[in-house]
Ligand binder design. Structure first.
Ligand code: WT7
Length: 652
């Protein structure tokens, strides 16, 4: 990758200092970086002491057989005890753990004492179904409290859960059940989606019909659909089995390296990878980062992460991190526009949410809907805003801070992956002078850098590949059932370093900017240009709400830049505007980055977790048959985009 073109294309001069009152009382101060640098393992051993161990670990890291790490290996703990019981024992049983907000408007507050009873009953129920320590349980659920209860119940009895996002198909569920060899599936009759009940149980029946052998299906009643099919002996209602159980359950202590969960990520090629996370190290880093990056004060904060529990964000920052820290949080079942486009802001106002964690795709959607919508609600309770999932365009960052954060709150752009288990690179809200669009620095105790093709660390101002240079507590331990693939995928590109698969650059101050997946980097006339930077340049134009950029094969330049843009509400599509946008990119990034074609579209193809599927746009731009569209939220989007395409590419 040629460094000079990746580096310093995008100029961002805006800076935002931490608010003085937040900095004065911050959970973590600048000193943490120094302490972790002086003694990284000592620093993590200290963070592990935030947890309650049945047997305190004396070892921190065993890296004698890289890349297979063991953290806190001689320690024993129960993860569910740490997330629930210990808060009750500390006198916080009456504190609300979860404010549940259903899509139809129903709500429920669950205290830590109630959560302890629910988790204990569910643990007893799973035991009655024959689930034992070391087994796997699949969880295929909507966003309801029972999902968190089910996960914690598995953790409590030492069974690894494999949560499969409720929007996935029966096929996807079947392959995941089979790969993990799950004994039980926990599901519900359905959930509410865009104002209607949406069934889940039929997909489980289908998955089993396709050969996914499980002994039992445990079914939560959520929507009360009547025509639900039932297999006697195999299917069991949650309310019939769980509700009658004893609320007493003694948590057993498991080894720190006992499997906690498997979560599948679908790469661009091959079958989904079952990412394995274990107990002590994972919980240590999930809890520490949640405490440090959100500055969580469990007595007073109301925290809300809008992700689905089916993604790693929901695992680490709805279930394990916040609950280990004794937080009070909001859990919302539905979509941001049901029944109206102000729903999120209504929820922030209703519960007095102080910390909000969401994704760039949602932020860009809110920008598109207009500033007047959040302006109708009282958002003054907010004090920290977070972003995760994709690079956040500087313009979206500034919009988020201004329109949601009242120009007052820090915005923390958190870089991490399913594989890293917890946050790795992020500003600290009481410490970092923020730069819109940059995740900035590795967190205390984390070692990340940017290297070139030959694995040499690039100097400030250089660009290349993001790597992690030291093991970290919440790192994946392997790919379930496939150690070789674990080595090949993450540890073979650069000797001794974890290859994240993301392009990145370091700016003049050494701050890290994520540039998207390396597969998405374009090569134009011998220059590496990041799709992220061209997209951010487009989004910085007042007429553009969202942009997706791909490199399409081109006879003269190798690849040519093709941009798909969604215009803001009032902007009219015209040739003049397209010309203006090209020039705007040219002026922002330099002439080399001017898109050859810019196509205004109504929607962009996205995965169910909200990431833009550039692969499909590349197919369109290169006039190819579309590749696999099964992970798209809405496949009709591609028909619309294809119908927009002029027969022959227009030259300028
Ligand atoms: C990939 C991991 C982390 C939980 C949700 C996604 C991209 C994630 C950022 C960020 C730039 C980001 C990367 C990464 N990504 N956060 N703050 N800035 N890129 O988990 O599905 O495993 O995806 O998401 O490309 O590798 P995931």
């Amino acid at each position: 990758m040629s460094n000079e073109s990746l580096a310093n294309l995008l100029k961002e001069e805006r800076r935002f200092a931490p608010p003085a009152d937040l900095a004065a009382h911050a959970n973590v101060t600048a000193e943490a970086y120094e302490r972790a640098k002086a003694d990284r393992l000592g620093f993590w051993a200290e963070q592990a002491r935030r947890l309650t161990w049945a047997t305190e670990p004396t070892e921190t890291l065993d890296w004698s057989n890289p890349p297979f790490a063991k953290w806190f290996a001689d320690g024993k703990l129960n993860v569910a005890y740490n997330c629930v019981d210990r808060h009750v024992e500390a006198g916080h049983g009456d504190r609300v753990a979860i404010h549940f907000e259903g899509e139809p408007g129903d709500s429920r507050a669950i205290t830590y004492a109630e959560l302890k009873d629910e988790v204990s009953k569910a643990a007893n129920a799973l035991t009655e179904l024959g689930v034992q320590k070391g087994d796997r349980v699949a969880i295929y659920m909507p966003m309801i409290p029972e999902t968190a209860v089910a996960m914690l119940a598995c953790a409590r009895i030492g069974a690894a859960h494999s949560v499969v996002f409720g929007g996935f198909s029966a096929d996807a569920l079947a392959t995941r059940i089979q790969d993990a060899d799950a004994k039980v599936v926990i599901t519900s009759d359905g959930g509410y989606r865009r104002g209607k009940p949406s069934a889940l149980k039929p997909a489980v029946d289908d998955a089993i019909a396709k050969g996914a052998g499980v002994e039992h299906v445990l079914v939560v009643r959520r929507t009360g659909q009547e025509d639900i099919s039932w297999t006697e002996g195999r299917d069991v209602w949650w309310h019939e089995l769980v509700d009658g159980q004893s609320a007493e359950h003694t948590p057993e202590a498991f080894d720190a390296e006992h499997p906690l969960f498997i979560l599948y990520t679908s790469g661009t090629t091959g079958k989904p990878k079952g990412i394995l996370h274990t107990s002590g190290g994972y919980l240590t880093q999930a809890a520490y980062t949640h405490h440090a990056v959100f500055d969580l004060k469990p007595e007073t904060d109301v925290y809300w992460c809008t992700a689905d529990v089916g993604w790693v964000t929901g695992h680490s920052y709805i279930v394990y991190g916040p609950l280990a820290n004794g937080a009070t949080q909001v859990m919302y079942e539905g979509t941001p526009d049901t029944p109206h486009q102000g729903r999120f802001w209504e929820i922030v106002q209703k519960y007095g949410v102080t910390i909000l964690y969401t994704a760039p795709t949602a932020i860009r959607t809110f920008m598109k809907w207009g500033d007047d919508i959040p302006a109708k609600f009282d958002l003054s309770s907010l004090r920290v805003l977070g972003s995760v999932g994709e690079p956040i365009n500087p313009e979206a960052w500034v919009w988020y801070r201004k329109n949601i954060g009242g120009d007052r709150t820090p915005v923390v752009d958190t870089w991490w992956q399913t594989e890293t288990g917890a946050m790795m690179i992020s500003p600290l809200p009481g410490v970092t002078e923020a730069k819109p669009g940059s995740a900035q620095r590795p967190l205390p105790g984390i070692s990340a850098t940017v290297v070139d093709d030959e694995a040499n660390e690039v100097p400030n101002g250089g660009g290349g590949y993001l790597v992690l240079t030291e093991p970290w507590p919440s790192m994946l331990r392997t790919i379930w059932g496939d150690d070789q693939r674990f080595i090949d995928t993450y540890w073979s590109r650069f000797e001794g370093k974890y290859f994240a698969g993301d392009g990145a650059k370091k700016d003049e101050d050494g701050d890290i900017w994520l540039l998207g997946r390396v597969d998405d980097v374009m090569l134009v006339s011998g220059h590496n240009i990041s799709t992220t930077e061209v997209e951010s340049a487009l989004v910085s134009h007042p007429s553009v709400a969202e942009a997706a950029v791909v490199g399409a094969a081109d006879e003269t330049t190798g690849q040519a830049i093709v941009a798909f843009v969604i215009l803001r509400g009032s902007a009219a599509e015209s040739e003049d505007l397209v010309g203006e946008l090209r020039n705007h990119v040219g002026a922002t990034l330099g002439p080399i980055a001017k898109p050859k074609r810019i196509l205004p579209v109504a929607e962009l193809p996205k995965t169910r977790s909200g990431k833009i599927m550039r692969r499909l746009l590349r197919d369109v731009a290169e006039n190819r048959q579309l590749g696999d569209v099964t992970t798209l939220t809405d496949s009709s989007v591609m028909d619309l985009i294809q119908s927009k395409l002029p027969a022959a590419p227009s030259e300028d």
